[in-house]
Design a protein around this ligand. Sequence first.
Ligand code: UP6
Length: 276
Amino acid sequence: SFTQTYASRAEKHANQAARALLETIERKRSNLCVSVDVTKQADFLRIIDVVGPYICLVKTHVDVIEDFDYSVIERLQELSTKHDFQIFEDRKFADIGNTVALQYSSGVHKIAHWSHLTNAHPVPGPSIITGLASVGLPLGRGLLLLAEMSTKGSLATGAYTEEAVRMARASPDFVIGFIAQRRMDGVGLREGESAGDEDFLILTPGVGLDTKGDGMGQQYRTPRQVVLESGCDVIIVGRGIYGKDNGANPDAVRAQAERYREEGWKAYQERIAATS
Ligand code: UP6
C-alpha cells in the first residue's frame, strides 16, 4: 500500500470508515488531520471551522472540554458535513472488553455514536478489540491500534509493536490500521505467513515543522520524514496549527493548516512518484 494512491486503496478497502477516510483524502487532496486539544467549546468549534477546508480528519479529546455538553457534538457533526471531514476521537481505550464497550457506547460522550474512528492500546490483548467491535462494527466504525508512540522512552517498541500488528491482522474487519511512526506492512509475520493484500492505514502524531519537542516528552518530525521517508498515510498536527493561544488568531491558524496540508500532500506525491 506504500506505493498505491489513496484512491486505489479506497476502492479495495473492506471497512466503511477506512474507505470514507481514504476517499476524503483523495477528494480534498489532504492527508492532514488536525488535533484540537483545547478546553473551551468556543475555541474548539472556531478552530475546526477555520481548518475544516484543509483537512481530511479532525482528532478530538472530548474529555478535555470543560464546558462540554452534547450540543458540541451536534456542532461538530454540522462542521463535518459543511467541510467534508471525518471524525476521530483519540480515546486510547485500554481496559477489559466489557468496560471499553461501555466507555465507547455510553457515558456523557457516547463516542461510538459520532466518531468514525477511535483507537485503543493493545496492552489488554485481543479482547479489547472484541469489546469495541461489539459496539463499533454494527455502526460501521473503524479502530486503530497504538502500535508505537511519538514520546521519548515509549515502551511500545519491538515485540510489543509486532504483537499489535498480529492483533490487527486477526481482526481485519474492524481494525483498519495503527497509530505509529512508520509503515507496518508485514511487521510481525511468522515463518510461512504472507502479508497478502493487507492495507493498514498509518496515522502519525508527533508532527511539527518548527520545533523538535515540547519539553514534556513529545517528539516532532516533519511531514516529509513521516510521509515520504517512513511511509505513513496521515499526519496528525495539534499545537503546530493552533499555536500557544488556543487558535485565537484565525488567520494564523488558517495559514498553518494550509502550510501543513501542502507539505503533507507534496510528500505523498513524491512518495507515489518515487515508487511508480
Ligand atoms: N498523540 C501523540 N503521540 C502519540 C499518540 N497520540 O502526540 O503517540 C496525540 C496527543 C495529542 C496529539 O494526545 O492529542 O496526538 C499531538 O498533539 P501536538 O501536535 O500538539 O503535540
